[in-house]
Design a protein around this ligand. Structure first.
Ligand SMILES: Cc1cc2nc3c(=O)[nH]c(=O)nc-3n(C[C@H](O)[C@H](O)[C@H](O)COP(=O)(O)OP(=O)(O)OC[C@H]3O[C@@H](n4cnc5c(N)ncnc54)[C@H](O)[C@@H]3O)c2cc1C
Length: 406
């Protein structure tokens, strides 16, 4: 009797998935991939994470590193938390994806029943003639480029011109160039006050524009100038050695130039035949399954997510929804239509934060804004409100990194 009761309890406790032992591989251990691996593991799925680097450097808050407000080590996260939970972590680049198996850089293969890919972005400096990213760093992936740009700012003479260029849509982190311009302006104001910053933009409008412009007028008058596309904001060519930046309307002699090139989905997505003519990956907005290769799911910056921006917050939210969908599909069930949230905070000087938030749901094959949900920080708000938002940004960073990396 007792034996039968124990057997019954064991059967109840055993996750249904364990019987079939389906295998899921996740490529990319950034905000999207690390979150997805942990969420899948919690759902009882056997998961292996493949990540090129032994540790991850976070782009969120890396603009503060460039401006000397934060150290790089505060951006670094490892995978020991995932390993302790029982997730297999393979530190190696994935080379390509064959039928139901991932081929690693050393030639070894990992079979999968379903694959989740979160490879982030590829940058295309070749799209700007003359661009040499050692002379004119993009710093759009956190790492040596971040520190190179910081060192160039530190080495520059007071009175120099910093030229920053923002790409056309779509690209990683829509408010990122404007946050960076603000924090570099803060650095110049406090360390090199005779200097100036020009932000050349390949667009005529940008995220949280009214709030940024309100803050720039108050914090950096005469120091920070935004040049939209229609006034000559598009960079057409550079002379990297001479630090000259040419636009459709003229040229700028920079002391430091930070040119952010156009982007596409990470290279492995292209190698695996997952990108369309836009260079990004189209997915089903309920399951995040590729429109081009069934059985492969994509999340994060690499995908076309309709109204949802390319942010760490979005990658993290998509990862959790995708993990639920993958687990449901492995059980033979249909995934439930999700609602996803995104909030992007920007820091304009220490203690001055603003945000934009949105809620998204599947509509006509894409993720669309839920009407009436979300919004931006109030223009004209008192400094105490801006200080509170700067604090929320720090809280968000602690929460999202704990969710992704344990
Ligand atoms: C300056 C800046 C500031 C930002 N600030 C914010 C912010 O405040 N809030 C916010 O929400 N977002 C912010 N972002 C955006 C955020 O960094 C990205 O949206 C986020 O990192 C996307 O996550 P992901 O997982 O899609 O890609 P990533 O974080 O880039 O991760 C991709 C991972 O895949 C790995 N990889 C790629 N190819 C392979 C391969 N072939 N094999 C194995 N591994 C591979 C990479 O090594 C990397 O670890 C900012 C971005 C920038 C540049």
């Amino acid at each position: 009797m007792r034996r039968r009761a124990l057997l019954g309890a064991a059967l109840l406790a055993a996750p249904a998935l364990a019987q079939a032992a389906p295998k899921v591989v996740v490529i990319g251990g950034g905000f999207g991939g690390a979150t997805a691996a942990r969420a899948l593991h919690r759902l009882g799925v056997s998961v292996t994470l493949v990540e090129r680097d032994a540790t991850y450097l976070s782009c969120p808050f890396s603009n503060a590193v460039i401006a000397g407000l934060r150290e790089m080590e505060a951006q670094r996260f490892g995978y020991d938390g995932l390993r302790r939970e029982g997730i297999a972590v393979v530190v190696q680049a994935a080379r390509t994806v064959e039928e139901r198996r991932v081929v690693l850089a050393d030639g070894a293969t990992l079979p999968f029943d379903r694959l989740v890919m979160a490879p982030g972005i590829a940058l295309h400096p070749d799209a700007i003639p003359g661009l040499d990213t050692e002379a004119m760093p993009h710093a759009w992936r956190a790492g040596p480029q971040t520190l190179l740009l910081r060192r160039q700012l530190e080495a520059m003479e007071d009175g120099g011109l910093v030229v920053l260029s923002a790409p056309a849509n779509p690209y990683r982190c829509p408010p990122g160039p404007y946050e960076r311009a603000s924090l570099i302006a803060h650095y110049l104001k406090t360390h090199k006050p005779r200097s100036k910053l020009i932000l050349l933009d390949a667009k005529d409008a940008f995220s949280k524009q009214r709030l940024f412009e309100e803050a720039w007028a108050a914090l950096y008058p005469g120091l920070l100038e935004w040049v939209p596309l229609s006034s000559g904001g598009k960079v057409v060519e550079v002379d990297a050695a001479a630090r000259v930046v040419r636009t459709e309307f003229g040229e700028h002699q920079a002391a430091v130039a930070n040119i952010i090139p156009p982007q596409s989905a990470g290279r492995i997505a292209q190698a695996a035949g997952l990108t369309d003519r836009s260079g990004w990956c189209a997915v089903d907005p309920v399951s995040f399954e590729s429109r081009l290769r069934p059985g492969i799911h994509l999340i994060g910056d690499a995908i076309i997510a309709g109204a949802m921006p390319k942010s760490a917050f979005a990658a993290n939210a998509q990862a959790r929804v995708c993990a639920e969908a993958v687990a449901a599909l492995l059980r033979g069930e249909a995934p439930a239509p999700p609602k996803l949230i995104n909030t992007c905070y920007s820091l304009l000087e220490p203690g001055y934060g603003i945000s934009i938030a949105g809620v998204y749901q599947p509509k006509d094959g894409l993720l669309a804004d839920v009407p009436g949900a979300g919004g931006v920080s109030k223009p004209g708000a008192p400094t105490a409100v801006r200080a509170a938002e700067a604090g929320y940004a720090e809280d968000w960073f602690r929460t999202v990194t704990a969710d992704a990396f344990g």
